[in-house]
Design a protein around this ligand. Structure first.
Ligand code: PRP
Ligand code: ZN
Length: 283
């Protein structure tokens, strides 16, 4: 059986997390910085390390069957690929930014101005939608230095932490698109077999990330109240402690209501609360 190929970013914002996700799925492979391709030893898959901008087209053309890439890049390349799964990392926003000292007030003030970007397709659509007639200057990198060089009045680029804007004397002006990493497949990719298996593994890693494993001790007289606060994956495990009338409760809870739950558990008599990360949840 010829292994499937998955394309991931060679270096940059998404590389590390893409590699980590695949490793957490139990895939065993070398992450050589120098090589373009790596074979997974325990799963029928090959990993191609590519420039992120090239990934959508490689997947569309079937050179790779799957890819992990930012939505921003997919939208910009306007390819025909299938969205298989949102991956919850690499969150960022494509923003228009202007120099700190700029006196532009609102987006229509961009009329007649020049905007530098590596995302001309998305920017053009945005400007059309907002009926703004501005000049788009397409540059392939280091877009953030262009206003300082007098090449543009604004930029349109990816903002994640905001550090790049700040260190270049720029401030956010308008949001164009929000984005995260997506697992894509070539049109008509066979969703059974290997792809299905990989997607199930990814799903179990993602589900696990949203949950915590909690162990706490409680006097039996408070147990019912505590259990009502803790809807577990199925039902919590209760283990008697050496101290009479005390039990340990083991369960899994959602990270998002974590803090609220912890405080209420304490208030209801829970002690020695231990919270641990969960690696995978197989449903
Ligand atoms: C984007 C953008 C900035 C940086 C912003 O590049 O071009 O350089 O990220 O991040 P920050 O807000 O955290 O400072 P990206 O990672 O998409 O790489 P690429 O454009 O070179 O592919
Ligand atoms: Zn890129």
């Amino acid at each position: 059986m010829t292994p499937l190929k998955i394309a991931i970013q060679k270096s940059g914002r998404l590389n590390e997390k893409s590699v980590a996700l695949l490793k957490n799925c139990g895939l065993n492979f070398e992450n050589y910085k120098s090589s373009l391709i790596s074979t997974v030893s325990n799963f029928p898959l090959e990993i191609l390390f590519l420039r992120d901008d090239d990934i959508p087209e490689y997947v569309q053309d079937g050179i790779a069957d799957l890819g992990i890439v930012g939505e921003n890049v997919i939208n910009e390349t306007e390819v025909n690929v299938q969205y298989l799964q949102r991956l919850g990392f690499g969150k960022c926003t494509l923003k228009i930014a202007i120099p700190n000292e700029s006196n532009l007030q609102e987006i229509h003030d961009l009329e007649g101005k020049a905007i530098a970007t590596s995302y001309p397709v998305i920017l053009k659509k945005y400007l059309q939608q907002n009926k703004i007639d501005a000049t788009i200057r397409t540059i392939s990198g280091s877009v953030e230095i262009s206003p300082g060089l007098g090449l543009s009045d604004a930029i349109c680029d990816i903002v994640s932490t905001g550090g790049t804007l700040k260190s270049n004397g720029l401030k956010p002006f308008a949001e164009v698109l929000s984005s995260e990493a997506i697992l894509i497949g070539k049109d008509g990719v066979d969703r059974d077999g290997v792809v299905k298996e990989l997607m199930q593994r990814i799903q179990s890693v993602l589900t696990a990330k949203e949950t915590k494993y909690v162990v706490l001790n409680v006097d039996r007289s408070n147990l019912d109240t505590i259990l009502q606060l803790l809807p577990g994956v199925k039902s919590p495990t209760i283990v008697p402690l050496a101290e009479e009338n005390w039990v340990a409760v083991h369960t899994v809870i959602q990270e998002r209501d974590f803090w609220e739950k912890i405080n209420r558990l304490k208030a209801e008599g829970a002690q020695g609360i231990v919270v641990m990360p969960v690696e995978k949840i197989i449903m």
